[in-house]
Design a protein around this ligand. Structure first.
Ligand SMILES: NC(=O)c1ccc[n+]([C@@H]2O[C@H](COP(=O)([O-])OP(=O)(O)OC[C@H]3O[C@@H](n4cnc5c(N)ncnc54)[C@H](OP(=O)(O)O)[C@@H]3O)[C@@H](O)[C@H]2O)c1
Length: 218
């Protein structure tokens, strides 16, 4: 299965690309610039090789990466992701599209969830990508620890979608990553509950001086 990580050059994109490649998926790092994507793909491949790990990672511009993929992850900041989704609509038609996107803003010293009128980033993305199978996941995975291959963790990843088969496939993908447990969290409309956890995690991190929190349901 080919998984495109669009914006795979960024913070959460690094960990997703490395760990999905380790799990045995063929990863295509996507970027607005094809050359940058290819450079990052080489860099990620070297990072794996230096640890004696194998992985198939290539790079392409976001449109090409989308076209080549079976599954694409929108690892793009919320302020730009809707426009990016609009421009990739045709390339993503028929594909499973995973959104880890969290719309939030900072008010005085507090991060708050700032969803669009559709109710959540996932629902807005689904309203743009009408011909794709949108699934939300990975919102509560902290990028820095996730990208560090020396880190060991046990985190839960709630997965939401209206498409049961696509949700099952994404749960399999999540569960293939060492240390992650995918959990069915309901339809896409439930994504607002999951997206809203991220500002809570960040506020707790800052106030209690504990870095990179995630979630585990016990
Ligand atoms: N950071 C986290 O801990 C974390 C955790 C879970 C979920 N998320 C979510 O994952 C998404 C990405 O977060 P991030 O922290 O990885 O973001 P980021 O590092 O700031 O950006 C990711 C990539 O987005 C691309 N990008 C930037 N501006 C763009 C634009 N105008 N149009 C299209 N692409 C653009 C860039 O790739 P190119 O320049 O190569 O095109 C960049 O490398 C966000 O929606 C966030 O809510 C983040």
């Amino acid at each position: 299965m080919k998984i495109a990580v669009l914006g795979g050059t960024g913070h959460i994109g690094i960990g997703l690309s490395l760990r999905l490649a380790i799990a045995g998926y063929e990863v295509i790092v996507g970027s607005r610039k094809g050359e940058k994507a290819r450079q990052k793909a080489e860099e990620y491949t070297s990072m794996l090789e230096s640890r004696g790990l194998n992985g198939v990672i290539s790079g392409a511009d976001n449109a090409k990466a989308s076209e080549l993929s079976d599954v694409a992850i929108l690892a793009i900041p919320y302020s730009h992701v809707y426009k990016a989704a609009e421009s990739l609509k045709e390339d993503l038609a028929g594909k499973i599209v995973i959104t880890p996107v969290v719309p939030m803003e900072k008010k005085s010293r507090l991060f708050i969830y700032a969803p669009p009128p559709e109710g959540s980033a996932a629902e807005k993305i689904a309203s743009i990508l009408k011909d794709s199978r949108v699934v939300s996941a990975f919102q509560t995975v902290p990028a820095e620890r996730f990208a560090n291959l020396d880190e060991r963790f046990e985190w839960d990843v709630p997965v939401c979608s209206d498409d049961d088969e696509a949700k099952r496939i994404v749960l399999e993908i999540v569960n293939s990553i060492d240390g992650l447990r995918g959990l069915d969290a309901g339809p896409l409309a439930a994504s607002r509950l999951v997206e809203g956890l991220t500002p809570l995690l960040i506020n707790i991190s800052i106030r209690n001086k504990v870095k990179d929190l995630s979630v585990k349901f016990v």
